[in-house]
Design a protein around this ligand. Structure first.
Ligand code: EPU
Length: 435
């Protein structure tokens, strides 16, 4: 298993291009199941989760071709209405096939996703919404077995504004008879992108990006005439901005979804960073010390839970104390002990972490536990003195396209090595000189 070795302390200078958003690409690729025919989706990031999704669609009977960021999918025929355990256990988002398969075929069999590194993550709200549209479910042998004769529009009140739950219900409701309203819907930009894609296939949706989605069902959808372009990844953008803030230098992110970054940009400004915004580019510099800024994760447009771990890396080097409250997932502090191994001073109490800034972090060997925890360790490693080794690198491959290449291009000193190889101090700088 590969690991990442970083020699910290290099200022980052230059431009990092932002890739398409993983969490928009996943539901959009799956939404193609709703309309038989050939679909073209652009700006799809090259990530392990995307490969999982395309292989799941392949097993359902829908082959795909990938060239650069362009994916061509043929959904003319559905052979199996199933997401098996061996796929769902690798990627929870596979549960998103439930709504589209029920809408297109009237049946679906999806392995029940278990808990994961960040929380229990039930899917009760997905099922509640689909039941309101007329679906019937039986839980058998670890599988959700769903059936429906006719989807009928309904008023649905979600208990929590779940992102993939809203997407699953939305994808079924577009083919339901009559009007569906999803109240307390998630407002994340990825849902707006999905609604835009569904509309381009003929769906009628109002209110995307607000807490009430109104869907006027249509009898059938057809592939969009113009290829859909996935919106840029706001979490990748935020992660690189924090890298700039931590390491100094002058770092620009290009092709960024600036309006969707509001809470992260204002937290960075409060932390003493200077931000220059020019269209879809943001340049970050910092002349003074980092100021402590408390954040509390909230559904969009609040501070995103997917940036919480990265924010902790930044605040570990702030001058003073601040609190980070995690309000979305019950177990999303797995990175804290690893950050402490790098010298951070963090104490957790239930869902709140108190960070007392230290003057320096020091390289160590650390273990990544999930995608965003991995990103936070990379950031801390870039700022730490000496060498940091990050194990279980596969988490990063799920959500950050070409991370090593992008960071190297702006001056970072890091390399990916097989787990059993030894990397002596000094080797990385030499590699950087030739890369
Ligand atoms: N919840 C329920 N019942 C449900 C669904 C969710 O109680 O039926 C709870 C969850 O347990 C959690 C909260 O509601 O406490 C919010 O979960 P949500 O369903 O919104 O999360 P998700 O849809 O499973 C997506 C992203 C996550 C991101 C969250 C929150 C995708 C594929 N995943 O997950 O992304 O953290 O929304 O914004 O869109 C990541 O990219 O690293 C990642 C984990």
């Amino acid at each position: 298993m590969d690991k990442l070795v970083i020699e910290g302390g290099q200022p980052l200078n230059g431009i990092v291009p932002i890739s398409g958003a993983k969490n928009a690409a996943l539901p959009i690729l799956i939404a193609t199941l709703l309309a038989p025919g050939e679909h073209i989706i652009e700006n799809v990031p090259a990530l392990v989760d995307i490969s999982f999704t395309l292989s799941l669609l392949g097993r359902i009977g829908c082959p795909s071709l990938v060239a650069g960021g362009r994916v061509k999918l043929d959904t003319s025929r559905i052979a199996f209405c199933e997401a098996p355990y061996d796929v769902v256990r690798k990627m929870r988002a596979s549960v998103l096939v439930l709504g589209p398969l029920l809408a297109r075929c009237g049946e679906a069999r999806v392995s029940l996703p278990g808990g994961c590194a960040i929380g229990v993550r039930p899917v009760d709200q997905h099922l509640k919404g689909l039941e309101a549209l007329g679906c019937e479910f039986k839980l058998e042998n670890g599988y959700i077995n769903g059936r429906v004769d006719r989807l009928i529009g309904a008023e649905i009140h979600l208990d929590v504004p779940t992102v993939t739950g809203t997407e699953n219900i939305l994808m079924a409701a577009v083919l339901a008879e009559g009007i569906t309203r999803i109240h307390n819907a998630a407002c994340e930009p990825e849902i707006v992108d999905l609604a835009r894609f569904l509309s381009s296939m003929g769906a009628r949706i109002k209110g995307a990006g607000t807490s009430v989605l109104e869907i006027d069902g249509v009898p059938a959808l057809r592939p969009a005439r113009i290829p859909h372009r996935i919106l840029p990844d706001r979490i990748e953008a935020g992660t690189y901005l924090v890298a700039g803030a931590l390491t100094g230098g002058r770092l620009t992110i290009s092709g960024a979804p600036v309006p969707e970054l509001g809470a992260v940009l204002s937290a960075l400004t409060d932390a003493g960073c200077d931000l220059e915004i020019d269209g879809d580019s943001v340049t970050i510099t910092r002349s003074g010390p980092l100021k402590p800024v408390s954040v509390s994760t909230e559904p969009h447009p609040g501070f995103p839970t997917d940036m919480q771990a990265q924010w902790m890396s930044l605040m570990s080097l702030a001058e003073g104390e601040c609190d980070v409250a995690e309000n979305i997932f019950e177990n999303r502090f797995m990175h804290v002990p690893e950050l402490c191994r790098l010298g951070a001073d963090i104490a957790t109490n239930n869902n709140v972490a108190r960070i007392s800034g230290v003057t320096a972090l020091n390289g160590a060997t650390v273990m990544a536990t999930d995608l965003r925890a991995s990103a936070c360790l990379v950031l801390a490693g870039l700022a730490a003195g000496g060498q940091t080794e990050i194990l279980r690198l596969y988490h990063l491959d799920r959500g950050y396209e070409r991370l090593v290449e992008k960071l190297r291009a702006v001056g970072a000193c890091l390399t990916r090595v097989p787990d059993d190889a030894r990397v002596p101090v000094g080797t990385l700088s030499e590699q950087r000189a030739v890369s």
